[in-house]
Design a protein around this ligand. Structure first.
Ligand code: ADP
Length: 546
């Protein structure tokens, strides 16, 4: 592997990160955190990482710069015209390009069950590559994420043949295999690919069109968000029908645990907390616990073990298993605070338990970031009885806040929580394997007995948990290695840094003279007429696709 003058092997490498969501601009889950954090962590390593995402409703588009010119994207046999706006990731110089097409993205939800999702995300996937062409900026690596961008590795191998982008290696990251981008095979023409690609080695999967399957077939390398999940998805139990396809690429499949953003999740600086604390001074944590008990209307008791849970209330999180165990758990001398939204049956169930067992249990059925922070800080233990968990962020936050996770040992939970060893008092949490109410209850009971009978072990584990390193710097170093490997696989030679690596680092996010500040929308919500150099009615041609 070659080194640059400054010793960074990947300095000068160009990475295009394509994602359907990116924090803080648009977020429904962990993918947004990765998109908002990883490129930021790559830039100081000398990697020219840039993000492309859709311009959704709710993003403050009026304030964004606009690339001068239309973005024309083939969709099926037609062409959709959009345009591009630009911002940077907060506290970073990493450019974020927003693909603007109001018909596709100015909607209530990011995904929803829209019937034209294939068309919407074809625009994103192919548009990201068209953007590179417009910029004259050709990445060495295209990094696609989940089904919404699954077409990116396919296009690099097909429609970009004999074009500069064909030289790019592709990395495809699976954030959650439960969502694969499955649709009717009759919609295949929208991809613009020839019928020779509609076969069982690429898109066709048991009679449906499966975008994830095609990405797995075409990507130079595949990653997922923890090493254990990378193994699990190769089994029938976790593979959601793609385990065989993934086994076929086992040697190209890697797992990298996500980092956490220390500016957002750091108990020493967290503005959401009533008091701050660190491993060297835990007094603030006791204040957080008392204030959390008050906020939840629970008895303020320092001696009782307080459990927290923050999750989407969906089967993935094992909350149905908790429902069967909760009465027995609440018969112990414990407190439990749950924060979450999701399935209506789950919400009404926990609301009822909250009414009936209000002395020990509080359910907050809402999305509330401040409360999520206060639960992480004020709890002694954090419950995650997940059915599957590709990476999981909440257990990482818990560890950073000295709150011991009680987890089912699956996916990233198994990789990141070190089980308690009663003989030595070592470990960072409590884990169980069987997804049953009995196993969950027993493990909660084990944590409770440790709290009451071996408090010195709880103190010791807390310090071990807070000393764990789940920084993005660590994850970025892992991704860097894979980028270099992918490059070598694609080009058949190691990455050779450009002669003047610093030039790539300062390459403009837009070609000079091609931006205009903040072209906004008029009252009718349509974009204003484009500049003269644009095609007439440039930005949104609502062409019917047939
Ligand atoms: P997933 O991405 O599967 O939902 P993760 O544990 O990876 O699960 O990340 C969930 C993120 O969403 C965490 O940052 C968590 O704190 C946050 N979150 C989930 N539900 C809520 C809620 N009701 N209120 C505030 N934050 C929430």
């Amino acid at each position: 592997m070659s080194d640059t003058a400054d010793g960074r092997p990947a300095a000068g490498l160009k990475v295009l990160f394509v994602a359907s969501e990116c924090a803080p601009f648009a977020k429904t889950g962990g993918l947004a955190d990765v998109a908002g954090s990883l490129p930021k962590a790559l830039r100081p390593r000398g990697i020219d990482a840039r993000v492309v995402m859709p311009l959704y409703r709710g993003i403050h588009w009026d304030a964004l710069d606009v690339l001068d010119g239309a973005l024309s994207v083939p969709i099926g046999r037609a062409t959709a015209h959009g345009r591009v706006r630009l911002d940077r990731l907060p506290r970073s110089d990493a450019p974020v390009y927003f693909l603007e097409h109001h018909h596709y993205y100015d909607r209530e939800y990011l995904y929803g069950s829209y019937s034209d999702n294939l068309e919407r995300f074809t625009f994103l996937s192919r548009g990201a590559l068209q953007l590179c062409r417009a910029l004259g900026w050709y990445p060495d690596i295209v990094h696609a994420n989940d089904w919404q961008t699954a077409l990116v590795p396919v296009y690099v191998n097909t429609v970009e043949w004999a074009q500069p982008l064909h030289g790019a290696a592709s990395l495809y990251t699976i954030h959650n295999l439960a969502y694969q981008g499955v649709t009717d095979r009759g919609a295949f023409f929208l991809t613009g690919l020839g019928p020779e690609h509609d076969n069982s080695n690429e898109f066709e999967h048991f009679g449906t069109l499966n975008l994830t399957k095609a990405a797995i077939a075409h990507a130079t390398l595949i990653t997922t968000v923890s090493p254990n999940y990378a193994l699990e998805i190769q089994t029938a139990a976790y593979g959601y029908g793609l385990d065989g396809v993934l086994r076929g690429r086992a040697s190209d499949l890697f797992g990298i645990v996500n980092g956490i953003d220390p500016e957002e999740w750091n108990p020493a600086t967290d503005p959401h907390l009533p008091a701050r604390f660190s491993a060297s001074d835990l007094r603030g944590k006791a204040v957080c616990k008392a204030e959390l008990q008050k906020e939840a209307g629970l008895p303020v008791r320092e001696d009782v073990p307080l459990f927290g849970l923050v999750a989407r209330l969906v089967p993935q999180k094992g909350i149905d298993v908790l429902a069967y165990a909760i009465d027995r758990i609440l018969d112990l001398d414990v407190q439990l605070i749950l924060l979450g939204t999701g399935d209506p049956e789950a919400e009404s169930f926990f609301a009822q338990v909250s009414d009936e067992r209000g002395d020990r249990f509080r359910a907050w059925l809402q999305f509330n970031n401040g409360r999520a922070h206060r639960i992480e800080a004020g709890s002694d233990f954090f419950l995650m009885p997940s059915r599957f968990e590709p990476c999981g962020l909440n257990q990482l936050y818990s560890l950073a806040y000295g709150t011991l996770p009680v987890v089912r040992a699956t996916g990233g939970l198994a990789d990141t929580v070190r089980g308690y060893d009663e003989a030595t008092g070592r470990g960072t949490g409590f884990s169980f394997h069987d997804l049953t109410p009995g196993a969950l209850f027993d493990t909660v009971g084990w944590a409770v007995s440790t709290w009451y009978d071996r408090p010195q072990h709880v103190r010791q584990m807390r310090l071990e948990a807070m000393a764990e390193d789940f920084s993005w710097q660590h994850a970025a170093a892992e991704y860097e290695k894979l980028y270099l490997l992918a490059y070598e696989r694609r080009r058949r030679h190691p990455f050779t840094p450009p002669r003047a690596p610093s030039a790539a680092a300062v390459a403009p996010a837009f070609p000079s003279g091609r931006t205009r500040p903040g072209a906004g929308r008029n009252k009718a919500g349509r974009t204003r007429a484009p500049a003269a150099s644009w095609p007439a009615r440039g930005e949104v041609t609502r062409r019917r696709l047939s």
